[in-house]
Design a protein around this ligand. Structure first.
Ligand code: SAH
Length: 350
């Protein structure tokens, strides 16, 4: 079968073998790409229509005990200007977010020991007490099952933990001191505990070729996460991987579209990293199957410090400005924003 025949098969069956997926990623040409993006968009529309879910992102700490070789907030990056938001500052972000209409808050940070279970659950409970109708997504890395359970009990609805790459060799080469299996165990535990779970991966990592990217697709098919965050790897000069090339916009959009065809009703964000590579990057992803955007709610004085990579977009914009700006972009390409909680269909009766 050629690429187009394989794409049609994927569209109909929502799965292919590792070899077939590798073949597509290796051989896809411009004409095939148009077909792929159209099929992914069509699939997205069946499940979500023209809606794009909005999530308010709060980057609440850039302290991290991990040392991921690509990440600007890694432990050994002495150039990172560390900060953590107080409970009051986090609640202020939520207040502003709620006022702007957000009903999902995504709290992301490094693996910061200061935010132990006690402090985190206290913050979560306060947010839920004031805003019982919002969904809270947490993204603070690997923790124990006991800790995840306490967070779930405190009211955390969703958890984002990208698997980063499905290749054990690559994973362990860029995550010193971390174990590939542990990441997967965490994801399985989060699913078991009843979170809506987000996995995801970077595109353009060192030594990552078509086969490794196909492995990412097979892994998410097996895990069946509720969300998948995909972004290009953007080298950061203050990290050990600073001199690598990184991922391209096109390659990343192809992976977004293939992910949509593998998991037709998954929540698929059009990520900030895509917007950083190209001013039209996020729109392109929305036109190729993505259906979520995560505008920033963090206080502007701290935005620049949460520098996973450099030149991150929108670091100077107030939350209200981001909200309006992204809505304009979404409307311009013929979609509409949806400010509801936007749960995954398996959870939408909640
Ligand atoms: N500590 C949390 C959040 C990590 S930061 C956790 O472990 O899940 C969120 C995501 O940013 C990471 O999962 C990674 O995929 C991405 N990221 C980090 N550095 C990056 C870089 N240089 N380029 C692109 N994406 C990066």
């Amino acid at each position: 079968m050629n690429v187009q025949e394989l794409l049609m098969k994927l569209y109909k069956e929502n799965d292919l073998t590792l070899e077939e997926l590798t073949f597509i990623i290796k051989n896809i040409k411009e004409d095939d790409q148009q077909l792929l993006f159209n099929l992914a968009l069509k699939t997205k529309k069946v499940h979500f229509g023209d809606s794009v879910y909005m999530r308010g992102l709060i980057e609440f700490s850039n302290y991290c005990k991990q040392n991921c070789s690509y990440c600007g907030i890694r432990r050994e990056n002495e150039k990172a200007d560390r900060y953590r938001l107080s409970k009051e500052q986090i609640l202020d972000c939520c207040h502003e977010g709620y006022r702007l209409g957000y009903r999902t808050f995504v709290m992301q940070g490094g693996e910061d020991a200061y935010f132990n279970d006690h402090r985190l659950t206290d913050i979560i409970k306060s947010i839920k007490e004031i805003y019982p109708d919002v969904a809270i997504t947490l993204s603070v890395g690997e923790r124990s099952e006991e800790s995840y359970k306490k967070l779930h009990d405190a009211g955390v609805d969703r958890y984002l933990l990208r698997h980063e790459t499905a290749s054990k060799e690559i994973y362990e080469s860029i995550h010193p001191g971390m174990r590939f299996e542990n990441r997967r165990d965490c994801l399985n535990t989060l699913k078991k505990l009843g979170f809506q779970v987000g996995a995801g991966y970077m595109v353009g990592l060192p030594n990552q070729g078509p086969k490794e990217l196909a492995m990412d697709l097979k892994y998410i098919k097996e895990l069946q996460p509720h969300m998948v965050g995909i972004g290009p790897f953007i080298p950061n000069e203050d990290t050990p991987l600073g001199s690598y090339t990184g991922g391209t916009l096109n390659q990343t959009i192809i992976m977004v579209a293939l992910t949509r065809l593998m998991l037709p009703n998954v929540l698929l964000p059009s990520t900030t990293a895509l917007g950083t590579l190209d001013s039209f990057g996020r729109e392109q992803a929305l036109n190729a199957g993505a259906n979520v955007v995560m505008p920033n709610l963090s206080p502007t004085d701290f935005r620049e410090k949460y520098a996973l990579y450099k030149n991150k977009i929108c670091t100077g914009d107030e939350a209200a400005h981001c909200r309006g700006c992204i809505e304009g972009k979404i409307n311009k390409i013929g979609f509409k924003v949806d400010m509801s909680r936007g749960d995954h269909s398996q959870f939408s009766t909640k």
